[in-house]
Design a protein around this ligand. Structure first.
Ligand SMILES: [Zn+2]
Length: 462
């Protein structure tokens, strides 16, 4: 398998640090507002990568954080006249819901920044001991001159950064690109005690501390949107490698932008779409399909027309799956060697595509070739029950990666979800409201929304 590593700016043979175990960290959202298309694209990109690693037998520990404290959180909470924690508590379940609709596997660990302040302080102390920090009136800063490799990820020349920024440099900052590790709090803001005074962590230190907590000082894959490469990821590298004297992440993967009418999606351009607004018009899985039709590093063009085409392609796949399920073979049972060979060659095409830096457009093309052939055989009544079963098993294996064949909104739920629903019903009967609420939230995370009515509880997939 080859992956494009932003750090080396080339495709590299993928070699994990520890045999079959993989540590993977993906920067999650700041939870001050609902998820938009950009969040969805990043989540789908790294979901498919994670799923393909699992497909290949790797044991993946997937960590993706929630940034639940920063200026945007504080400002929004103030406008809404609620606490920052209440804001996070409202928004996080909405992310979980939108991501579940997109068929995204729940991460193994979903750390919140506010639960890891201690670990962040510990990292800053390490940097302080190395003389890489200094204190100004508004916070503790990282001195990038203490990390000469600063700029290695985004390929920026430190000298150019320094001189180019001379004009803008705040008087007291040593270099323009020096960034805040710890921000002193203003009255009324959420704050934590620290050796430098009460305040809150800077954004970059959050990911360095949380990835270290769950994946160790060095780990395999760090992912995020291309917009995070600089300065966020550059700063993560500087802090972690300067504090710990070890290489941070081995492979850096970045997903591309979304363009709407040829312009980069942004709030200021007004072409900014929330996932929930798109889901009101199209099935969420069509959005997933649209993302997979483009390589994860390339920009995606997003228009109603392309989305409608994606929906049609998705429906074709679902119709095909229904046909397969209901198909009664009319010929004698038995092995069909040519069909076995066809499955093997399709599998090879699929894996070759995915092994080449996760080329999902080609993987989908392999899947469509397969669908066409199976349809042809069903039309010609030339598919035995054995072949049909083999095809189904093969399709389910491919779909464990792509997640487009089985509807994320079907009425089927897995046995674990059924068990949770039964447990919740029991808790309600026993008037154990706390447990009942916990189970309701757990089910919501799995994309199941419950509604309690006088007649009983109903549910729907969201
Ligand atoms: Zn991050």
């Amino acid at each position: 398998m080859h992956v494009y590593n932003t750090l080396s700016a080339k495709k590299e043979l993928f070699q994990p640090l520890h045999d079959s175990k993989i540590g993977m960290y993906v920067c999650g959202p700041t939870v001050y507002d609902f998820a938009h298309l950009g969040h969805g694209r990043s989540a789908v990109s790294f979901d498919v990568i994670r799923r393909y690693l699992i497909y290949n037998g790797y044991n993946v520990n997937f960590v993706s954080n929630y940034t639940d404290i920063d200026d945007k959180m504080i400002n929004r909470a103030e406008i809404m006249k609620i606490s920052v924690k209440d804001l996070a508590d409202r928004v996080i379940p909405e992310y979980a819901k939108d991501y579940a609709s997109l068929g995204i596997m729940v991460p193994d660990v979903l750390p919140k920044a506010t639960h890891h302040v201690e670990q962040m302080i510990e990292l800053i102390r390490k940097l302080e001991k190395k003389g890489a920090t200094y204190v100004l009136d508004d916070g503790v800063y990282f001195d990038i001159s203490k990390f000469p490799e600063y700029g290695k990820l985004s390929k920026q020349d430190l000298d150019a950064l320094k001189s180019g920024a001379r004009v803008k440099t705040k008087e007291s900052k040593r270099q323009f690109q020096d960034f805040v590790l710890w921000k002193f709090s203003k009255p009324g803001e959420p704050e934590w005690a620290s050796p430098w005074g009460s305040g809150r962590p800077g954004w970059h230190i959050e990911c360095s501390a949380m990835s270290r907590e769950y994946l160790g000082d060095s780990f395999d894959i760090h992912g995020g949107g291309a917009d995070l490469m600089f300065p966020h990821h550059e700063c993560e590298i500087a802090q972690s490698e300067c504090a710990l004297d070890k290489p941070f992440a081995k492979y850096w993967l970045h997903n591309g932008f979304i363009q709407i009418n040829n312009e980069k999606m942004s709030k200021s351009l007004g072409n900014f779409f929330l996932l929930r607004d798109v889901f009101a018009k199209y099935p969420p899985q069509a959005v997933r399909y649209l993302f997979l039709q483009t390589h994860y590093r390339s920009p995606i063009e997003f228009t109603d027309e392309i989305l409608a085409q994606s929906k049609n392609s998705l429906m074709r796949l679902h119709d095909f799956m229904n046909r397969m399920k209901n198909h009664e073979p009319e010929i004698a049972n038995g092995k069909q060697q040519d069909f076995d060979d066809f499955i093997a060659s399709t599998q090879k095409n699929f894996e070759d595509a995915m092994d080449d830096d996760f080329e999902t457009p080609q993987a989908l093309a392999a899947l469509f070739d397969f669908v066409k052939e199976v349809n042809r055989r069903m039309d010609a009544k030339n598919l035995t029950r054995d072949s049909q079963e083999l095809a189904m098993t093969f399709l389910m294996r491919i779909d464990s990666v792509l997640c487009v064949l089985v509807s994320t909104q079907s009425d089927e739920v897995d046995s674990e979800t059924t068990m949770l629903m039964e447990e919740r019903e029991k808790a309600r009967k026993n008037k154990d409201w706390k447990k009942s609420d916990e189970l309701r939230d757990e089910l919501l995370k799995r994309g199941i929304q419950l509604e309690d009515t006088p007649q009983g509880t109903t549910w729907k997939k969201i």
